[in-house]
Design a protein. Structure first.
Length: 161
């Protein structure tokens, strides 16, 4: 079986705002008293980061489809990235708004894929909006121009209140 879970958990908790990384003014470190009573500032040590590689097509398409199905982007935004009947299916799904939520913005919590064939991935995603968890599944195929295109889209049934 070729099923792979590809999204790793965030290192930063979601309840904190992002930190500022301004290269023009280095931030002063915490103050501490020296042996003679004067206060000095200590600059925090930073660990070197490894450069992130290019984003995976599964992650890119999951975020793109989520933006369309939650109403943040119009359907025609995905026109270049779909093939076959996938655009019609996406337009039908977007009209129903299966991943729209009141108050909270939906996010992809978990993502995995199955290698169905060489150049074809079947992807599943768990989408969270507040306390609700929904499903999204789509198929990606690598075209002759070496670009990934979505060829099928499905969502789980919308929960009844």
């Amino acid at each position: 079986m070729n099923k792979v879970m590809s999204r790793t958990p965030d290192s930063r908790p979601r309840h904190r705002p992002p930190t500022r990384h301004d290269t023009r003014r280095p931030a002063a470190g915490p103050r501490r008293a020296s042996a003679d009573g004067r206060t000095t500032t200590r600059t925090p040590r930073s660990t070197p980061r490894t450069p992130a590689g290019p984003p995976r097509p599964t992650d890119v398409f999951a975020d793109r489809l989520l933006a369309v199905l939650s109403g943040q982007r119009p359907v025609h935004w995905m026109l270049r990235h779909t093939a076959g009947r996938a655009y019609d299916d996406l337009a039908r799904l977007a009209a129903r708004g299966p991943l729209r939520a009141r108050g909270t913005r939906p996010v992809v919590r978990d993502l995995g894929y199955y290698v169905a064939d060489e150049g074809a991935l079947e992807v599943f995603a768990r989408v969270a909006a507040g306390s609700q968890l929904r499903a999204l599944a789509f198929r990606l195929e690598l075209g002759p121009d070496l670009r990934w295109r979505c060829t099928a889209v499905e969502t789980g049934p919308r929960p009844t209140p």
